[in-house]
Design a protein around this ligand. Sequence first.
Ligand SMILES: Nc1ncnc2c1ncn2[C@@H]1O[C@H](COP(=O)(O)OP(=O)(O)OP(=O)(O)O)[C@@H](O)[C@H]1O
Ligand SMILES: [Mg+2]
Length: 266
Amino acid sequence: MSSMTRTRSEETYAVSGLSHRYPAGDVLALQGIDMVLPKGSVTALIGPSGCGKSTLLNILSGLLRPTDGGVTLFGSPLTGPPDEVAHMFQKATLLPWRTTLENVVLPIEIRDGKKAAKAAYGKARDLLRMVGIGDFEAAYPQALSGGMAQRAAICRMLITEPEVFLLDEPFGALDELTRERMDIELLRIAKDSEATVVLVTHSIPESVFLSDRVYAMSARPGRIEEVIDIDLPAPRTLDTFSDPHFVDRVGQVRRALNRGHGYDGQ
Ligand SMILES: Nc1ncnc2c1ncn2[C@@H]1O[C@H](COP(=O)(O)OP(=O)(O)OP(=O)(O)O)[C@@H](O)[C@H]1O
Ligand SMILES: [Mg+2]
């Protein structure tokens, strides 16, 4: 892997003075974004619809070049999609002609070929069982519910054991109880693998529950309204949701979002 030869920085990402303007429609999507994401940290991005969260993830994954400012990954400027980064898009895109299991091993097949993909079936099955859809390995995507497809897409992301997970509303299609269970599972995997996680969510409690730091963003053009440190102890469990300290942080994120919303108090 190319990263082995680099001198690694303790920071996974450093973003400075980043802005992005889409030429189509001349939309200023992001303005003056600064962030430092330490290795092994979990960061939540939250903000009104259209404030540039997906745009920011596309920039962090090297798919989109910002029109202004810089991004470094492990201390080196980001110039394209790196191997270490896995990106789960806002819409789960499974290939309709492959079974769930075959979809999960797809990144291995692309990287290492068909034989390696077959050898990864056991691991893929373990992942599918972990997210509660083990019985659906032979099903095709059209036979999955939206939330099941999302969970399969999460398995597809985890199978390569990436160092960085970029997740765009990964649990949006799940019922609340399954979502809480998936949140806990995701935290466990991230901590076990010392991965750095950047996660977009529209749920204020979820943003606090999952992260070390919440970046509350303002309405478009997206700016960082406030950075909220979430100093809750690990491991976080279902009891965390009723911890008074948790409730305080939820209030703090809500107030930051209110300030940045641009609805003039309406
Ligand atoms: N490819 C594109 N070309 C032109 N404008 C775009 C493009 N992608 C996004 N935009 C615009 O940039 C802004 C930010 O979009 P983005 O998808 O990043 O928002 P978001 O915060 O992810 O929203 P949501 O919460 O609804 O997913 C929006 O005004 C959108 O219309
Ligand atoms: Mg989005």
